[in-house]
Design a protein around this ligand. Structure first.
Ligand code: SF4
Length: 446
């Protein structure tokens, strides 16, 4: 620890998913707003905040290691985030931490900071940019619209870590989105545990944005976010993530077809077999889902569909797995993330009989990914010769790397532009696709 500074300095370690990143951004914003400096090293910090992840066992281990390192290097450590919600685990491993809070706890974290590192006398609030402090590059930003989840999927412990759904007021969300766009964000990624449930907890209450009444509801929110502009006109891309397959998801497809929001839907289906879906406490039958996908594609042919699946769920038979493969074949999804089921401490699915042996899980996972790779390769091949809009991510002497409407940052593919040396990071460009593989595209400036 370093006592020589006149302005108190806080170190910050941010682990976990985009939702945890947003929590980190809120805490960092408050720290800067109150005049604290953010330090990049343990030695130069007066205390350290570690924002943890507790989702799977490896994330727990990584979080506990990070706390141990911060304690050894600095000594004054506040723990927040998902692992913090399981307070005992942290206290048992590291009894010397100053405090432990759960996720989404900016006020609690700030109270502990004030206690151990008094607030500077002259907070220079004005130095904080209107959009707060962000951890993503300036040209895209995550906007968290709610916290928690009302579902009880048996493989998931998020509701017990983060509680039931709490939607942010729609006016606050819009204000944040507007200020992000003003400060240079070209893409807003709407996130939550369950984006399509937005507003259920407040009965879709009418809020206000700029004096205009606005329902707290995904479709209405997506529509006004889309009004913040259009690509190429100083506008913004709006991308919807974690959309639970409720029937009213159909309502956002016309917004995509009209170009108001990106034609991209991240919609986790998890499985296709009715019995497994029931064991998972998930909705939908594969026939319904296939019919809906066809309807969506008819209404919006540009639609990119991303989904996630769990293979080797307890009791999954070879036949049930093959039903999932048939679904994947028929659905022709653009992007698929698949995971072998792994028990998470505290999840209801751990009690289910007939666990699938790990080697069978891995074999099924490989079969599914191989099939999806073929589908993805074929689908990307069809883009060759088309001119598409991309958002530039990186530029160097070899060219540029960008993303299209089909590519969310970090989870999807990219577009390589060999003659893109003159482009600027964060600008939109028109490119013509010249080649493809299973995940990525190659293109030339149009
Ligand atoms: S909808 Fe998502 S966050 Fe909610 S319980 Fe299911 S998997 Fe977990």
């Amino acid at each position: 620890m370093n006592n020589k500074h006149t302005t108190p300095r806080v170190g910050f370690v941010s682990l976990g998913c985009p939702k945890a990143t947003v929590d980190s951004e809120h805490i960092l914003t408050r720290l800067r707003a109150e005049g604290y400096l953010i330090s990049a090293s343990y030695q130069d910090s007066d205390l350290v905040i570690v924002n943890t992840c507790g989702f799977i066992d490896s994330a727990v281990a990584e979080s506990l290691d990070a706390i141990g390192e911060a304690l050894a290097e600095n000594g004054k450590v506040i723990v927040t985030g998902c692992l913090g919600a399981k307070g005992d685990v942290v206290w048992q491993a590291h009894p010397k931490v100053l405090a432990v809070t759960g996720p989404h706890a900016t006020d609690e974290v700030m109270a502990v900071v004030h206690q151990h590192l008094p607030q500077p006398h002259d907070p220079y609030t004005d130095l904080v940019p209107a959009q707060g402090i962000r951890l993503t590059p300036k040209h895209f930003a995550y906007v968290k619209i709610s916290e928690g989840c009302n579902h009880r999927c048996t493989f998931c412990i998020i509701p017990s870590l983060r509680g039931d759904l709490v939607s942010r007021p729609v006016g606050d969300v819009m204000q944040e989105a507007e200020s992000l766009v003003k400060s240079g964000a070209k893409e807003l990624l709407v996130i939550s545990q369950d984006t399509s449930a937005y507003g259920v907890d407040v009965k879709y209450r009418t809020g206000f944005w700029g004096g205009r009444p606005l329902k707290t509801r995904m479709t209405e929110l997506a529509a006004v976010l889309g009004e913040l502009g259009k690509p190429g006109e100083g506008g913004v891309w709006v991308r919807l993530h974690y959309v639970y397959p409720y029937p009213h998801v159909d309502e956002v497809i016309p917004l995509m077809a009209e170009g108001k929001i990106l034609p991209y839907l991240d919609i986790p289906f998890q499985h296709a077999n009715q019995r497994i879906l029931k064991l998972m406490k998930r909705p939908g039958s594969s026939d319904d889902v296939l019919a809906r996908i066809q309807k969506w594609r008819k209404a919006c042919p540009e639609l990119t569909l991303r989904s996630t699946f769990i293979v080797g769920f307890p009791g999954e038979t070879e036949e049930e797995f093959e039903e999932l493969l048939d679904f994947i074949e028929a659905a022709q999804l653009d992007r698929v993330g698949a995971f072998a089921y792994s028990p998470v401490e505290g999840a209801a699915a751990n009690e289910l009989p007939d666990p699938v042996p790990p080697e069978v899980q891995q074999e099924r996972l490989a079969r599914l990914m191989l099939l999806q790779e073929e589908i993805s390769t074929e689908r990307l091949k069809r883009k060759i010769g088309k001119t598409i809009t991309v958002l530039v991510e990186e530029v160097d002497e070899d060219g540029a790397i960008a993303r299209s409407s089909a590519d969310a940052p970090e989870i999807d593919g990219v577009v390589y532009i060999d003659n893109g040396q003159g482009l600027q990071v964060g600008e939109f460009a028109e490119v013509t696709v010249v080649d493809s593989d299973a995940h990525d595209l190659w293109a030339e400036l149009a």
